[in-house]
Design a binder for this molecule. Structure first.
Ligand code: HEM
Length: 222
């Protein structure tokens, strides 16, 4: 098996990834100030910044949905149970024996089976849970403004708990994610790939030879 530098993460995907990371980090920080766990901006400012970041997060989600649908990249997240045992075994045991990765990363299949399941769950459960409860939290007063008490103050407490649970789930994911970033071919290869778009992937020897021949022809014609 030969190695080849492959352009795996296009510009928008990297922009979306890093913006999402920054916004979730900022939302968690300001959110926990609102919750009373930290003190930094002051409560009023924390609420204001949390709301601004929430609107940016919503905008980013809309663009990301559009991008995933129009490029077909949504298919990367279709969950599969194939090789899931091998992947679990790798993270629990084989990784400590320097064993090779059980799943081959390619441009059309960037995620291993565990990532597929976890990211799918984030997209259809945790992020919608956070956004819906956040929006209800933001607008719970509005119906009563016109004398319609659609959401009363008791249900607000329920919404707050729901929103906080979603926040804890997202933070747990990020902690796992930070560790897993370091488990690529080298300790920084996953990070570098998400910064530059390029990653060294295993390709079949014939594929590598073909690419070299194409490159040689291009060089010769220059
Ligand atoms: C579109 C997404 C989001 C919206 C619309 C939203 C909205 C809100 C609103 C309106 C509040 C209450 C502010 C107040 O008391 O006046 C709040 C609180 C909070 N938010 Fe968000 N938020 C969003 C995403 C997030 C994310 C991603 C996190 C964390 C990762 C987060 C963590 C929190 C926390 C911890 C609180 C305090 C909950 C409490 O103790 O009551 N939020 N959010």
């Amino acid at each position: 098996m030969a190695k080849k530098l492959v352009y795996i993460y296009p510009g928008f995907e990297r922009f979306w990834h890093w913006m999402q990371a920054i916004l979730i980090f900022f939302l968690a920080f300001t959110g926990f100030e609102i919750h009373g766990s930290v003190e930094f901006f002051g409560f009023r400012e924390a609420v204001r910044y949390h709301n601004i970041a929430a609107y940016m997060f919503l905008g980013l989600i809309i663009f990301a949905i559009f991008w995933h649908l129009t490029t077909g990249q949504w298919k990367q997240y279709i969950p599969t149970f194939e090789n899931i045992k091998g992947q679990l075994n790798y993270y629990l045991f084989d990784i400590f024996k320097n064993a090779p990765h059980p799943t081959k990363k390619t441009v059309i299949s960037k995620l291993n089976p565990l990532q597929k399941i976890v990211y799918f769950g984030l997209k259809i459960l945790v992020i919608p849970m956070s956004v819906t409860s956040g929006l209800l939290y933001m607008f719970y007063r509005y119906p009563s403004k016109y004398g319609v008490e659609a959401i009363n103050i008791q249900s607000l407490e329920f919404i707050a708990v729901f929103h906080t649970i979603a926040a804890f789930l997202l933070i747990s994911f990020i902690m796992m994610h930070l560790y897993l970033i370091t488990t690529g071919e080298t300790i920084t290869s996953n990070l570098q790939a998400m910064l530059t778009g390029y990653e060294e992937l295993d390709v079949a020897d014939e594929e590598k030879t073909e690419t070299n021949q194409v490159q040689l022809k291009v060089e010769a014609n220059k």
